[in-house]
Every structure is written in C-alpha cells, then in structure tokens.
Design a protein around this ligand. Structure first.
Ligand code: HH2
Length: 261
C-alpha cells in the first residue's frame, strides 16, 4: 500500500496542491509497484488539528479521480463518514479508518456500504485522538489490549452486518504508543493474525524509527522503514503501508527469494 498525502503541508511550496504534481505522484506510486493507493487529506500526526469535511474532500477528490482512472485499488484514509461515502461514490474500495469506525457515528453505516460494494474496511487501534495520543499512554499488556480492542471492533462490525471477510486489522504503530509499546507490538505481530482478518502494518517513517536511528528528518527514514517492512512481512503481515514504495518492493523481492525453500 503506497501512501499519498494530499495535504498542502506535504508539498514543498506549502500552498494548494498542484494537480499535475498530484497526478505524477499517483502515477509514480503505481509504477513503483504498489497494489493499493492510500489517499489521505487530513494529517493524523501527533498534535494535528481536525479539518472540515469540505476541505478534506477538496484535497483528496482529484487524487482519487487520478488513481481510479489509472486502474488502482484506492483506499481512502479518513475518519469522516461523509468523506468515505463520497470516496466510495468516486471508486474507492478501501475505507481506512484510524479510529476503527469510532470517531464518526455515521462511519459504521458507510463501512457497510463499502462491504456491500465488494470493498474492505481497515480497523486500526489508536489510544486517544491524534491531538493528545502521545501524552503518556499507558497499557498493562499492550499486545493483549490492542488485540482485544481490534477483536471487539471486528465483532461490532459483524453485529452491524459486515462480514469478517471485508475487514482488515492494524495495531496502529505510533498512535498512542511509546517506543517500548511500538517495539513490543512489532515483535508480536503474529498475535493479530489470531483475530482471523488480514493484518496491515503502517510503520513507515514513523517517530520510533527516528528515535532508534537518530534521524530527525522523516523523509530520510527509508532504510529504517524498509527494515520494519521486512520484519513485518516475515511475521506474516498481509499489507504494508509505506511511503518508499520502490525501496520496499525491491527489498521484499530479494527477501522473498532468499527465504524460498
Ligand atoms: N498511519 C498514519 C495514517 N494512516 N492508517 C493505517 N491503517 N495505519 C497506520 O499506521 C496509519 C494510517 C500516519 O499518518 P500521518 O501521521 O498523517 O502520516 P503519513 O500519512 O504520512 O504516514
């Protein structure tokens, strides 16, 4: 899964996102080998502010159109039911919600629409919301608590008529987790397979890679991100959410060949 941030601050000029730059980014992620394009218009970085629906939609709509036209499987990374519903109407087939459908009361109904259209929903664990989540998060047993939470969200979806086959689970690396929590989750990814849904891992360029490596610039964390991606793949993760698609695809090809019996 290649990440496309349709946020003005992810472009160097800091202004409106130029459409030709957006189209080029979409094309590059596909050419580099991503099977899924994850398009987001609202940053969920620690401390980030919420933006209105219309602003988020204005940011993501052109990227969705480019990606659908290019034949990509499009994922919409949003916590807002209305943005997800519009994206479905424009051809997105994966609803990636970092709040596991808890942020917006309308999200469960939209998730059911995705499932009915043959789409899928990614349920991610987060402790608290992005504004406050890194303020001293506490767990007694992080693996058990995250796994139980995701299993409960899968059960809630099933109760709403969404089949397990339409669900993906994600431990939510960096969302209300300190370094030790992230490392414990990464060492125990197999625990999430017990839920019975495909597992998605989003660790690319995240803060813990900076902490471990000393690299303060997130854009220069590809090597550490690839290391985590390989580790995830070896632990049976089904989908890797990454910024550095070409580097990850190449590393996975070599790693897969080395491990073939
Ligand atoms: N992480 C981010 C956003 N969406 N979705 C899933 N399923 N899993 C993740 O780990 C995940 C996610 C982080 O978002 P942000 O901090 O805005 O940066 P970026 O989108 O560049 O990764």
């Amino acid at each position: 899964m290649g990440i496309l941030n349709a946020t003005p601050d992810s472009f160097s000029d800091g202004g409106a996102v130029p459409e030709n730059a957006l189209a080029a980014r979409v094309a590059r992620i596909i050419v580099e080998g991503a099977d899924i394009l994850d398009i987001g218009g609202e940053s969920t970085r620690p401390g980030a502010d919420v933006i209105p629906v219309e602003e988020e939609w204005r940011r993501v709509a052109p990227a969705i159109d480019f990606a659908v036209a290019a034949g990509a499987l499009v994922s919409i990374d949003t916590r807002k039911a209305e943005v997800a519903r519009r994206a479905l109407g424009r051809g997105a087939r994966l609803f990636n919600d970092v709040s596991a459908l808890t942020y917006d009361p309308g999200s469960m109904a939209v998730a059911a629409e995705y499932a009915a259209a043959g789409g899928v929903i990614c349920l991610m664990h987060a402790l608290g919301d992005p504004k406050t989540m890194q303020q001293d998060p506490h767990y007694d047993d992080v693996v058990r608590e995250v796994r139980d939470y995701l299993a409960a969200r899968v059960a809630a979806c099933k109760a709403a008529g969404i089949p397990r086959a339409a669900l993906i689970v994600d431990p939510g690396i960096g969302f209300g987790k300190m370094l030790a929590h992230n490392l414990t989750l990464l060492r125990n990814l197999h625990a999430f397979r017990e839920i019975g849904c495909p597992v998605l891992l989003g660790a690319s360029r995240k803060g813990f890679i900076g902490t471990l490596s000393g690299e303060k610039d997130a854009a220069r964390r590809a090597p550490g991100s690839v290391a985590v991606a390989l580790h995830g793949a070896q632990q049976g993760v089904d989908i890797l959410r990454v910024h550095d698609v070409r580097e990850t695809v190449q590393a996975l090809a070599v790693d897969t060949a080395l491990r073939a019996i």
